[in-house]
Design a protein around this ligand. Sequence first.
Ligand code: ZN
Length: 183
Amino acid sequence: MLLKIVSVGDKVLRQKARPIKPEEIQNSYIRDLIAYMRETMHDAPGVGLAAPQVGQPLQLAVIEDKAEYHKNLSATELKERERVPIPFHVIINPEIELLTPPGVSFHEGCLSVPGFMAVVPRSRTVRVTCLDEHGKAKTIKAGGWFARILQHEIDHLHGRIYIDRMQSETFTTLENYQKQRKP
Ligand code: ZN
């Protein structure tokens, strides 16, 4: 089932999401939500989707960066961004630790701010501790684009959107971004 993705201006995107109790994770409500969020992210398509983006103020996000999404990027762009395929996974109640200062700047977009992009400085490496979809504790050490996705999605769980962190003079429509991209 596809869920409706809410856009900037909806209050749920500015709420602090609540943690999910470990015993809640196996409830059909959460299991279905994860399945529907996965489907909705693929359909969009996007590389991450946080529960508040589908109207649920819960500390849950899904992430997957498929190789097929990279075909419109040059080898140089992929290398600069340190962007590699990331298999599907679920993060619940994540705690993020920035291992480097937010010194890496690239354009990013958000399914809740459709049609726009901006340069957002992010940390190159992060460590995230969270629960997976089975309620099992895990630690993710991530670098490059994966670290950016994690920072973006975890921001959503704290009511933050990339426009809060962007270099505002770089804010652009997707159309103008594509036009100005170097071939
Ligand atoms: Zn987003």
